[in-house]
Write a protein that binds this ligand. Sequence first.
Ligand code: ATP
Ligand code: ZN
Length: 225
Amino acid sequence: MRTHDRLRIAIQKSGRLSDPARDLLARAGLSFRESRDRLFCYGESLPIDLLLVRDDDIPGLIAEGTCDLGVVGQNVLEEQALERLEDGRGEAFRAIRELGFGRCRLSVAVPNDWDWPGPARLEGLRIATSYPQLLARWLRGQGVAAKPVVLSGSVEIAPRLGKAEAICDLVSTGATLLANQLKETATVFESQAVLVAPSTPFGDARADLAAMLLRRLDGVLSVRA
Ligand code: ATP
Ligand code: ZN
């Protein structure tokens, strides 16, 4: 059983959100003693520690109480929230601050040479994605029946491999789409990094630590805005 007099924050170990998350926490006055394996970083300036993990694991770590706060993209958070809803699991986490970095969009892209009269063009087609829940919600909203094909990576090559006709993937500059002869046609979800917390309050010393951290983060975020 872990003691609850320290706060534990989950951030991405290596990837697009790692440096901005660490930078934000440093600006809020947090410093860490790196452990040799670099999975756990002990907080030196405050009783706030870091756990370095895959971004996809962060909502689950919050839900099960292994970590108290996390930094993750809204795309990952909302996808997993919808998945929990579908499985009949309760709401376990929520975004408490938008952090202003990691901005991207989840978009539908189709081969360059397609005409695009609108989302109805997708009717009956297979769409490769790592975000089946967000895609399915958007398709329902558009009144289009298409089939999400779930791939965990390299979604953009699915059309060339004959696995799907279209894709639904994260885009920021569009360079990856261009390199794969695809064009962006519709935005399914707009995303940025958020601070995520459990749905239920801590009810112990972690509540005060979290409140202090939030005050500091708000100070940093207001300067940046
Ligand atoms: P991990 O090994 O942690 O699972 P990953 O490959 O899922 O890494 P990254 O590619 O580093 O993760 O992306 C992490 C997050 O960065 C995304 O979930 C998204 O919120 C954000 N992001 C911002 N721009 C982009 C982009 N162009 N492509 C993908 N993700 C982006
Ligand atoms: Zn990931």
